[in-house]
Unconditional design. Sequence first.
Length: 171
Amino acid sequence: MAKKLGVSQPTVTRRRARMEKAGLFEYTAIPDFSKLSIEIMAISFSKWTSEAFVEGLPKKRLDEQVKRFLSTHPNVIFSATGGSGLKGMNSVSISVHKDFADYYNWVKEIKILWGKNIAEFDSYVLSLESNNVSRYITFKYLPDYIKKEDASHNTNTKKDNRNSSMNFVRK
């Protein structure tokens, strides 16, 4: 990581320790799903109805029910609400499944449990056994992105400062 960021190893260690102490990240192993006999990855989008929040399911209670559902479904590796886009969808989850039948049963369970609260549900389903995967889930390239964004931010800040100085001088 030090090489990628162009800093010394002690600097990386200090920064990592600060970020760990601040709770900015946790360590997670990212397995090769195909070696674990996991064939399917699904990125699912849903649009919760407004009735989900009106008909006796206050947001706090709904959140508790969703958390309870997720606690019994460890195949859901990411879940979030409150986003926007994709025709008004406001929830996304990423899940992995042993096979298509496992995925089908998961969707069926969601429809049984949450059907009246979900106006729309759709998934992008991908076979992890195909040769069509261009990049598997990894954080390997994240340092490159951070370094690029930091450099871009520093360049923009310098430009902004120069522009501010110019504006100040012109006045």
